[in-house]
Design a protein around this ligand. Structure first.
Ligand SMILES: *[C@@H]1O[C@H](CO)[C@@H](O)[C@H](O)[C@H]1NC(C)=O
Ligand SMILES: *[C@@H]1O[C@H](CO)[C@@H](O)[C@H](O)[C@H]1NC(C)=O
Ligand SMILES: *[C@@H]1O[C@H](CO)[C@@H](O)[C@H](O)[C@H]1NC(C)=O
Ligand SMILES: *[C@@H]1O[C@H](CO)[C@@H](O)[C@H](O)[C@H]1NC(C)=O
Ligand SMILES: *[C@@H]1O[C@H](CO)[C@@H](O)[C@H](O)[C@H]1NC(C)=O
Ligand SMILES: *[C@@H]1O[C@H](CO)[C@@H](O)[C@H](O)[C@H]1NC(C)=O
Ligand SMILES: *[C@@H]1O[C@H](CO)[C@@H](O)[C@H](O)[C@H]1NC(C)=O
Length: 435
């Protein structure tokens, strides 16, 4: 009995032991897995740490005087299977970059929108090209261009020597017809102006390499004179010119425009002016208020409707507002077509509603409407005389300047001068205009 009792207790003990072993086995198994994972992880960490340690000790031997609690370097992630995804992304983005570079070689693209929107890992940000764009060609759509041009720095001090420039924006069909006269005007003033040319997209001749107009043609679209595409072209010119942060004043030139003063006079006049020059007046006539549509109300009322010459001059602040306008522009797009002549109403109305305080309401470009009709007078060779040019230069207007208000020239530019007037203009340039 005792024996059997003993045997019983023994067998119950071994049974218990086996039972506990069976219960314990999964735990042991898990423990073993845990230890294995631990060893693997510690192995990886060790190899990473040793990498960092060597880097850290390396940098600390360089500068013992500055005890650094943490290594400055970004912790290096060890290459594991997880990194493969990251690696793939890097390879892809470097492929994009490579593709863009190849595209650049063919088309001289400088404003790389892909890189701008999604900066890839291993590309140095080209600050020089960003601050001083050397090329006006790009592959941006109008939508992308206007979005980018609408950006303004919130920090108002420039981290570089900024020499404010005048952006001369030429809206032409092909070549700038009076190019020779303009060349004479610009010579010696490099760094104080930028040139942008919007011409027909079908025009594919190029200016001679020595010309100031060479390589200054922006990506253009077709323009029909007097049509809405005209304002689109004006805004496209503004947007392109805004990409250069040094451009401070923006002046629109037609193919028949000439300067009436030398570069230094015009530069001082514009840089010191506290106003923009967008012609705007209320014309109570068929060609003024008569072009207003009641459907523009309430965004634009009849009292706000203005008319004016399309040849404007404006400062950077206003230029940014013009390319960013998403309220008034669409109204004109839909309701000011055909005989409404949006180019004579959009800017005058928009500027008068929102920014009238800083507008002189007059144009800096002289033109002669005295003979009536639908087009202003066109000047040809015999009409270009010393007296004629002197008279244009001597007209006086109130001038609002940073260093005081006084009377000054009304007009810095004039139109319309046909190509045949070029020889006389060249002859009088020095004598009359000090160019
Ligand atoms: C070391 O650190 C000090 C203080 O941070 C710094 O002024 C000095 O230029 C550094 N020297 C070197 C060699 O990096
Ligand atoms: C990670 O992998 C990349 C690509 O193969 C290699 O260039 C790099 O040296 C590796 N880094 C480490 C820390 O092993
Ligand atoms: C330039 O345009 C003309 C017609 O508009 C076309 O015949 C010619 O092939 C074009 N030249 C180039 C180099 O694209
Ligand atoms: C520019 O023209 C003005 C007169 O309009 C003259 O006084 C000035 O000397 C000229 N500047 C140069 C650099 O020729
Ligand atoms: C602005 O006017 C001042 C005073 O007349 C003159 O000294 C300065 O040169 C002008 N600025 C520019 C950029 O011409
Ligand atoms: C320009 O016109 C607006 C009305 O559209 C007027 O309020 C403003 O005073 C004018 N500015 C100047 C300088 O005449
Ligand atoms: C110039 O005129 C503007 C507008 O009338 C005025 O605000 C400003 O104080 C004047 N500047 C000077 C120096 O008189």
């Amino acid at each position: 009995m005792k024996n059997s009792n003993n045997q019983n207790s023994l067998s119950s003990i071994s049974k218990n032991f086996r039972l506990q072993l069976v219960r314990f086995l999964p735990n042991l198994f898990l423990f073993a897995i845990g230890v294995t994972i631990g060893i693997i992880i510690s192995f990886f960490l060790k190899s990473c740490n040793s990498l960092q340690a060597t880097q850290f000790s390396h940098s600390s031997t360089k500068n013992v005087s500055s005890p650094m609690p943490f290594p400055i370097e970004k912790p290096k992630v060890c290459n594991s299977s997880l990194d493969k995804e990251g690696l793939k992304v890097v390879i892809q983005s470097s492929n994009i970059k490579h593709g863009v570079e190849m595209f650049n070689q063919f088309s001289n693209v400088e404003h790389d929108m892909t890189e701008f929107i999604q900066p890839s890992n291993f590309v140095q940000y080209d600050m020089k090209e960003f601050i001083f764009p050397s090329n006006v060609v790009h592959d941006m759509s109008d939508e992308e261009l206007f979005w980018r041009a609408s950006m303004t720095p919130k920090i108002h001090e420039y981290p570089f020597d900024r020499v404010p420039k005048v952006a001369f924006m030429f809206l032409v069909r092909g070549f700038v017809p009076l190019a020779l006269f303009w060349e004479k005007f610009f010579v010696g003033h490099e760094g104080y102006y930028s040139i942008y040319v919007h011409s027909s997209p079908f025009f594919n001749d190029s200016d001679s390499k020595s010309s100031v107009f060479h390589g200054r043609r922006i990506p253009s679209k077709e323009v029909e004179w007097g049509k809405f595409s005209m304002i689109e072209a004006e805004r496209r010119l503004l947007a392109n010119a805004l990409l250069d942060f040094s451009n401070e004043r923006f002046v629109l030139m037609s193919e028949s425009c000439i300067p009436l003063f030398n570069f230094s006079t015009i530069y001082s006049y514009l840089m010191n002016s506290t106003q923009s020059h967008v012609m705007a007046y209320d014309a109570d006539s068929a060609v003024g208020r008569g072009r207003y549509s009641i459907h523009m109300s309430p965004i634009i009322t009849l009292q706000q409707w203005r008319k004016g010459s399309q040849w404007f001059e404006m400062d950077r602040e206003l230029a940014v507002e013009v390319v960013s306008d998403r309220t008034y522009f669409p109204v004109f797009q839909v309701l000011c077509k055909g005989s409404c002549y949006a180019d004579e109403h959009y800017l005058p109305t928009f500027v008068s509603i929102r920014f009238w305080e800083k507008n002189s309401n007059r144009s800096l470009t002289w033109v002669d409407w005295s003979k009536g009709g639908r087009h202003p007078t066109e000047y040809v060779r015999p009409e270009i005389t010393v007296e004629f040019l002197e008279n244009l230069r001597n007209q006086k207007c109130e001038y609002y300047g940073k260093f005081g208000n006084h009377t000054n020239a009304c007009f810095l530019f004039a139109r319309k001068f046909l190509p045949s007037s070029l020889t006389r203009l060249m002859r009088f340039a020095t004598r009359v205009m000090y160019i």
